[in-house]
Ligand binder design. Structure first.
Ligand code: ATP
Ligand code: MG
Length: 387
């Protein structure tokens, strides 16, 4: 008998002819996440992936594998002799290893992929269930509403397990093109990146700062946020742009109330340039309608108008409380709420325009050398790899 980690995929299974590419991607992403832990072998057996790791590394492996998108659940399974007696003994071992079965109800659920196996699924469930009852006197069977299920998979080999650790679902990274995440130090943008990554988008990040108006520590915080995100997305290329000159020119030449909208249009244009030069398909922001004065339909429209590339806003219709829940779940919340100034908050006007008119904004931009400001900012861009 041998303890293994098993990985079950969701939507992947449905994706007809792309199936193999998706499995390969998921497998690659899993290998990447567990490389540092170290494993002995990794193999597929009828739609599940099995990882052979030393027993003391199983818990950590499960934790890391769970972060890979495309996975429905991960389990610690016992591979055993493929006979009814072997399975019965394994069932007891699995319960003892788990240790949380006292005074609970259960049922056995058998998945018999190998149709040549000596018994049919209901017979296997009944035999194994009976054996467990004989050997554990504080357990009862309840086939309708059991406290837990004991799973038996019969394939080329036989596997027994109880716990299913939920994954995030979604699609494996790399199966849906590439996106440039506009990553601030706030709560929203890491969540936005997570959500698109979950749909298979490979993520790069773009951060704007105003050093020395904003501190190095504030930049560090954003890098740490990217690092948290990279546990799910894999390595992230992060572009950093200093916006200080742009803010100064806006302040000198334009209406203060338009600062936010004008600077956002600069951000989008710079982002678009980076996308074009690096074969990135879309930009992603953490905007959510009505959350702050600048996030109105009118602003979103005027911001969009600055570029041709699609801008994805996965949080646009979400409430803050729901966004916070996700940020807690992915582990970015505590980092996001650390109090460091953001490049925009430093220059945020007291009363920003909330219903900007494109005509006015274009007029203001005429007072700026937009192309030169963008060229200058990009020429000083810094690029780092985060994993
Ligand atoms: P967040 O919580 O993500 O900071 P927010 O609620 O503070 O968002 P805004 O400041 O209006 O909202 O920013 C909206 C979006 O614009 C952000 O989610 C992010 O995608 C982008 N953005 C804002 N500031 C920056 C920045 N300094 N660098 C990169 N992107 C930014
Ligand atoms: Mg912010």
């Amino acid at each position: 008998m041998k303890w293994l980690v098993s990985v079950s995929f969701g939507e992947l299974i449905l994706k007809g002819k792309n199936r193999k590419t998706f499995f390969d991607r998921a497998k690659r992403n899993i290998k990447r996440n567990i490389k540092s832990i170290g494993y002995n072998d990794i193999f597929m057996e009828s739609s599940k992936l099995y990882i052979d790791v030393d027993k003391d590394k199983i818990e950590r492996t499960i934790e890391e594998v769970r972060k890979v998108f495309g996975i429905v659940y991960v389990s610690k399974v016992l591979k055993c002799e493929k006979t009814i007696d072997g399975i019965k003994k394994a069932a007891i071992d699995v319960l003892d290893e788990w240790g949380e079965y006292s005074n609970k109800t259960f049922k056995v659920k058998t998945n018999r992929v190998d149709k040549s196996f000596e018994l049919k699924s209901p017979e296997i469930s009944a035999e194994v269930g009976g054996y467990v009852l004989e050997n554990k006197d504080d357990l009862k069977v309840d086939v309708h509403n059991p406290d837990f299920e004991l799973f038996v998979d019969i394939k080329e080999d036989a596997f027994v397990y109880v716990e299913r650790h939920e994954g995030f679902g979604g699609l494996p990274i790399g199966s849906s093109g590439r996106g440039l995440l506009l990553l601030s130090g706030g709560i929203d943008s890491p969540v936005a990146g997570f959500m698109m990554a979950k749909r298979g988008v490979e993520i790069s990040a773009l951060h704007f700062h105003s050093y020395p108006f904003t501190s190095k520590r504030a930049q560090q915080k954003v890098e740490e946020l990217a690092e948290i995100l990279s546990q799910y997305t894999g390595e992230i290329t992060m572009y950093s742009i200093n916006m200080l000159d742009i803010y100064k020119q806006i302040n000198l030449n334009c209406r203060v109330r338009e600062t936010t909208i004008l600077s956002r249009r600069f951000m989008m244009r710079i982002g678009e340039r980076i996308c074009k030069e690096n074969d990135i398909n879309v930009m992603i922001t953490g905007e959510s309608l009505g959350q702050v004065a600048s996030q109105t339909i009118e602003s979103v429209s005027v911001i969009n108008e600055a570029v041709n590339i699609p801008i994805l806003r996965p949080l646009i219709g979400m409430d803050k409380t729901d966004i916070i829940d996700i940020s807690r779940e992915i582990g970015s919340y505590d980092k996001s709420i650390e109090p460091f100034e953001d490049c925009c908050s430093v220059f945020t006007p007291d009363r920003p325009v909330t219903k900007p008119r494109l005509k006015d904004i274009l007029q203001s931009e005429e007072k700026l050398d937009v192309d030169k400001l963008i060229d200058d900012a990009i020429s000083k861009m810094e690029i780092i790899k985060i994993s």
